[in-house]
Ligand binder design. Sequence first.
Ligand SMILES: Nc1ncnc2c1ncn2[C@@H]1O[C@H](COP(=O)(O)OS(=O)(=O)O)[C@@H](OP(=O)(O)O)[C@H]1O
Ligand SMILES: [Mg+2]
Ligand SMILES: [Mg+2]
Ligand SMILES: [Mg+2]
Length: 453
Amino acid sequence: MSSCTTATTSFPTKVPHIHSWKNDVFPKNQLLGTLSLSSKKNSHLGFTVKTSSQTNFLSAMDEDCKLEVSSSDIPDGYSKELEIAVRAVHMACLLCQRVQDNLLSESSEHVHSKEDNSPVTIADWSVQAIVSWVLSEAYGSENVSIVAEEDVEALSKASAVGLLEAVVRTVNECLADAPRFGLKGPGTDLDAKAVLEAISRCSLAGATGSKFWVLDPVDGTLGFVRGDQYAIALALIEDGEPVLGVLGCPNYPMKKEWLSYQNGYRRILSRLTSHTSESLDKGSVLYARKGGGRAWMQPLMCRENNFVWPNSAREIRASSIDNPALATFCEPVEKANSSHSFTAGLAHSVGLRNQPLRVYSMVKYAAIARGDAEIFMKFARAGYKEKIWDHAAGVLIIEEAGGVVTDAGGRPLDFSKGEYLEGLDRGIIACAGAKLHEKIIRAVDASWNSSSL
Ligand SMILES: Nc1ncnc2c1ncn2[C@@H]1O[C@H](COP(=O)(O)OS(=O)(=O)O)[C@@H](OP(=O)(O)O)[C@H]1O
Ligand SMILES: [Mg+2]
Ligand SMILES: [Mg+2]
Ligand SMILES: [Mg+2]
């Protein structure tokens, strides 16, 4: 990098033109946002800016460089929302682990098929109920708008009494743990009516407002019922853009190696008898808020342990690899969800040598944000409309970790048009960085016309 970068700590200066900050004085050790610098040598350098812990001044730059920090770059809060969202998703992860363990050890009577033949389980409904309940408790149900995947139709049928009972039991077991996360529980158990209400409060109609939450209670339900990867995804959308995202990945531990045990994660796990459940780091929760240029990951607490909240977190960063020959790309496991043949041709055309990492759910977004893979591509069959909850949280976390997510035309995904990502050009491309992204977009264009998609 240029002298501009190395000089950033040598010339303490005050940035006068951020007037939105109180008294023009920055608090110590405070994240301010992203900054772009231009110098004679480099026209645009992006940085995350933090005030120094010793002074109230921003450590700035050489005279050579022009400093541009716009007030819109400064994260304007969401810290309370993020706190609650992370706790709710963390609770949901433990709920899902419990249900997945039971599903795998007992019969699959609690796996149901929806109209489109996709599976839904007591975990999907229960997570939707607890996240809805926690957010409504925090903000008042009249102030919270949540758009989520599941509805109560199947649960409300007279023939589904047993199923509803199982959901109510699961929800109450989970909410009983709320104080361990520093949240207030309901006091007494929720009854079936309250659980159904919490689930159905998440109505699709909310997706058109200027500020709403988006929840995929279990993303990758197929992976979930197969004992494999899945995610719990919660995002807050404001004016059509995700401003906060949390991804709970209960089977994706802090260490990357575990991800390679695809399609048999649980079997491998249960063979590792030398690890106790306490020592085995089972899952992770990733999160970010818009504008900070930073994303975080915390280990999933062990539900058997007497853990103490808050949990520790470490910062994550997308990979710096920009050479496709060295990159790893992720895609859906199911051919029906994304064309494997198109991505195979494209991978070949850009010299991608590594085998694709086929992983269920938004764990693919997590893998890019953590630097465990560099590219995620999804090309659904013509006519399929991508849903906002399958992408919102992952998009924000990747972007804040340094990556880029667009449709195949290079345009940002549009979360402002209701339940679907309307106007999506061909497919979704997420990359660890802008250079790699550009190369993949160009390759998609080159391959598209000769493909049968
Ligand atoms: N036909 C079709 N085409 C494209 N996408 C579809 C399709 N059907 C479903 N879905 C949505 O994909 C979500 C799972 O996506 P994944 O990328 O995890 O796919 S895969 O399970 O790895 O194959 C999955 O999310 P969940 O329902 O939350 O599991 C669906 O919303
Ligand atoms: Mg989904
Ligand atoms: Mg789902
Ligand atoms: Mg589903």
